[in-house]
Design a protein around this ligand. Structure first.
Ligand code: ATP
Ligand code: MG
Length: 254
């Protein structure tokens, strides 16, 4: 069954068509890669899915319901969480506080009512802390909970972003270049983390330039070039697709 469905999506920035009539489906329980040379429109697709931009044309549906015109926080509470190409953490907050910032979308009482310490508020806070610690444990950062985010290594900051996304209890996790800036060892850990995330039943859509990671973890790959979809298929099919090879040979990404 398709969890996320993208139909004929188009986004223009002035005279530039960043995403051009793109359609693809993400099956429930799968790991799907979105690849393509720099400027191909990958991050724009993510920004359209997560409500940061509205498309000029096309449809996006999640569990058969349209995401169009919904604000980002509503999309998160429906079950889509993301990380960003450029790390976006509260650098002067602790690791735990960063994950808690994501958990608030699952809390019913407003942040303001926390000043009054209603019992329900306290229960929700405790549950959020439990959820945050579980997410940190899952990515291997439990022992860093009290550290300031800015003191984490670059690779661990990327893992913290994933923990924050997991803290919102998503059904679909959208990762924009999760291995960007990671060394070989960290990338290997990331591969096993993505496999464990899939094992929990969370569907993953990821953008990545590290082809060996993409080929290892994705069962389906969608390729964009200049905003248009030029190929879609299994890792084997994509690796021998002439159009994909030509698109990559024309860039320095390899
Ligand atoms: N807010 C914006 N305003 C104007 N142009 C934009 C905006 N966002 C993206 N673009 C342009 O749209 C095109 C696609 O950009 P996008 O960031 O989606 O590419 P990408 O595939 O993620 O590339 P990379 O691999 O370098 O991250 C680029 O030409 C980019 O300059
Ligand atoms: Mg990008």
């Amino acid at each position: 069954m398709s969890l996320l469905s993208i139909q004929r999506l188009t986004k223009n920035f002035g005279g530039l068509t960043a995403v051009n009539n793109v359609s693809f489906d993400v099956e429930q329980g799968s790991v799907v890669g979105l690849i393509g040379p720099n400027g191909a429109g990958k991050t724009t697709v993510f920004n359209l899915i997560t409500g940061i931009y509205q498309p000029d044309q096309g449809a996006i549906s999640f569990e058969q319901a349209s995401l169009l015109r919904l604000p980002t926080h509503r999309i998160v509470s429906l079950g889509i969480a993301r990380t960003f190409q450029t790390i976006r953490l509260f650098q002067n907050m602790s690791v735990l506080e960063n994950v808690l910032a994501g958990c608030h979308c699952r809390m019913k009482s407003g942040i303001l009512s926390s000043m009054f310490h209603f019992p329900r508020q306290q229960r929700e806070e405790r549950a959020a802390i439990d959820r945050a610690l579980k997410a940190l444990d899952f990515v291997g950062l439990r022992d860093q909970a009290e550290n300031l985010s800015k003191n984490l290594s670059y690779g661990n900051q990327r893992l913290l972003e994933i923990a924050r996304a997991l803290g919102t209890e998503p059904r679909l996790l959208v990762l924009d270049e999760p291995a960007g800036g990671m060394n070989e060892n960290e990338t290997a850990q990331l591969v096993s983390l993505i496999e464990r995330i899939r094992g929990m039943g969370i569907t993953v859509l990821l953008i990545e330039h590290d082809m060996s990671l993409v080929m290892r973890v994705c069962e389906q790959i969608v390729v964009l070039e200049y905003g248009s979809k030029i190929a879609e298929g299994s890792p084997e099919e994509i690796q021998r697709n002439e159009r994909v090879i030509a698109a990559y040979l024309g860039t320095e990404d390899g």
